[in-house]
Design a protein. Structure first.
Length: 491
């Protein structure tokens, strides 16, 4: 099934390439990511958009190396798109022909609306379910917006303002902030009202860097930018300080050196647009145009959306690391039955069934690395790879449940470390216990048919098997409440 696809995105500031490998029909994982700071739009904005000789050569050299990687990794397909700098350049056709003739790459220039659509497509497929939001993707030459309503992409818009464009026209000339803000306002004043939203999905390198800075400043327990959420009001002062800083002072904010020349510009655009849209809540999307291009190709037979209740990260981890997927699915079913049977005593909301089910399906993926400490290996796999379609709260809970699917309940240290992302400890303890109990009931790997009911402080489990070893396993479990467990063989 392994089929590799390379996606290249040529922007005004950087050329980036990702390589995805499929593990089953809709499941895939990233095997290579590389970028080159080609700055192909450098000098063009003051020269009627014409690409200049040195940036053209930098872009050619980077793409030449990209093609070598594509060949070495034996990619079956390559999709290459270009955005603002090339679509604005009168001499872009010459550049594209040169790349095609000498490197064999076919570059497709996409318009601003398509660029906005790709960012939104990655958002609706890779973030937690979205009812209503607006995406904002700040690039080097343009900024794209897309409106999402009821999970559907309804409007797209491209603005001719980006970090490199703003840098060359204003910041490099030491223009005042008043002049810069007025220029931005003149461009964004006609954004239609339908793009206004309380929720803003932040896409692109500048906004991911901003999320990184906020995460570090608040000592956030995860270092994953994708799906990180924050309040715009609580971080307005930080954003304003970045805008007003001298470029050499940006290091004090923890900003990477390769972002020095676009960070102030990006934050200035972000501040103005977010105020215009009346946004309050920010959700960071670690994916973008490249993933949108890949998704349109991958999901072309399913209306550009994953099937209902399909989680690509879960399926990818299962495909690659689950030694016995049937066993994991069985344990998931048993755990959900136990959840329902014990509802009278635990009183946990049904919404937690999602995390419970997925934790069961991924509980043994660490065994592919080593039988010993498999639960710890699984924990790290999930914490670092379960990204698509999950909030940080969901991901951390799933990882903790998998880590403690043995005979003990979650530790105080883990609960304290991830406190702001975890539900009440009672919920964590109950879900952890249910997974452990489900595993015990299949310790003989027979996948027995079970019936369950709870009455008179007792959980009765009726089985077609004796479950002798299961009874021994259950005796070692620490229960989150006082009740009896009785296993009977079906007559």
């Amino acid at each position: 099934m392994a089929k590799r696809t390379a996606i290249i995105d040529i922007g005004s500031n950087s050329a980036r390439m990702v390589v995805f490998e499929k593990s089953s029909r809709f499941a895939f994982h990233l095997i290579k990511e590389i970028k080159s700071r080609i700055r192909i739009g450098e000098g063009a904005y003051e020269k009627e958009g014409y690409l200049q000789e040195k940036p053209i050569q930098r872009a050619y050299d980077a793409l030449e190396d990209f093609t070598k990687i594509i060949k070495a990794l034996k990619c079956a397909k390559t999709l290459c798109v270009a955005t603002s700098a090339l679509r604005d350049a009168p001499n872009s056709a010459e550049f594209i022909k040169n790349i095609r003739d000498n490197l064999g790459l076919n570059i497709k220039i996409i318009d601003g609306n398509k660029e906005a659509y790709y960012g939104a497509l990655s958002s609706v497929n890779f973030l937690k379910p979205i009812d209503e939001a607006t995406t904002i993707d700040i690039g080097g030459g343009s900024t794209e917006l897309a409106k999402i309503e009821n999970g559907n992409i309804t409007h797209t818009l491209s603005l001719n303002i980006g970090t490199v464009r703003l840098k060359e026209l204003y910041f490099d000339k030491k223009s005042s902030l008043e002049q810069i803000n007025q220029y931005i306002q003149n461009i964004i004043e006609n954004i239609p009202d339908e793009f206004k939203s309380n929720n803003l999905i932040a896409i692109g390198g500048t906004l991911r860097s901003l999320s990184d800075i906020i995460m570090v400043s608040k000592k956030y327990p995860l270092n994953t930018v994708h799906s990180f959420e924050y309040s715009l009001e609580e971080n307005q002062t930080l954003i304003e300080k970045i805008i007003q800083s001298d470029v050499f002072d940006l290091k004090d904010f923890g900003i990477r050196k390769d972002r020095y020349d676009t960070m102030r510009e990006g934050c200035a655009i972000f501040k103005a647009v977010s105020q215009k849209l009346e946004a309050k809540h920010i959700i960071t999307n670690g994916t973008g145009v490249r993933e949108g291009v890949y998704l349109q190709d991958l999901l072309r037979s399913s209306n550009n959306r994953f099937p209902k209740n399909f989680y690509p990260s879960v399926k990818s981890l299962s495909d690659r690391f689950d030694i016995d997927e049937k066993d994991s699915k069985y344990i998931s079913k048993v755990a959900l039955d136990l959840f329902d049977a014990l509802h009278y005593i635990h009183q946990i909301d049904d919404s937690f069934k999602k995390e419970l089910s997925i934790a069961c399906k991924l509980h043994s993926i660490g065994r592919s690395l080593s039988f010993y400490q498999e639960h710890l290996h699984s924990f790290y796999f999930i914490l670092n790879n379960l990204n698509y379609n999950f909030s940080h709260k969901e991901k951390v809970l799933i990882a903790i449940l998998v880590k403690y699917h043995t005979k003990k309940l979650p530790s105080f240290e883990d609960m304290q470390s991830y406190d702001e992302l975890l539900p009440d400890i009672k919920i964590v303890n109950w879900l952890s216990f249910i997974i452990s109990l489900a595993k015990c009931l299949n310790v003989n790997l027979a996948k027995s048919k079970l019936q369950m009911k709870y009455e008179n402080h007792t959980l009765y489990i009726i089985s077609e098997e004796k479950l002798h070893v299961a009874k021994e396993c259950i005796k070692k479990l620490i229960k989150p409440a006082s009740f009896a467990i009785v296993i009977k063989k079906e007559d």
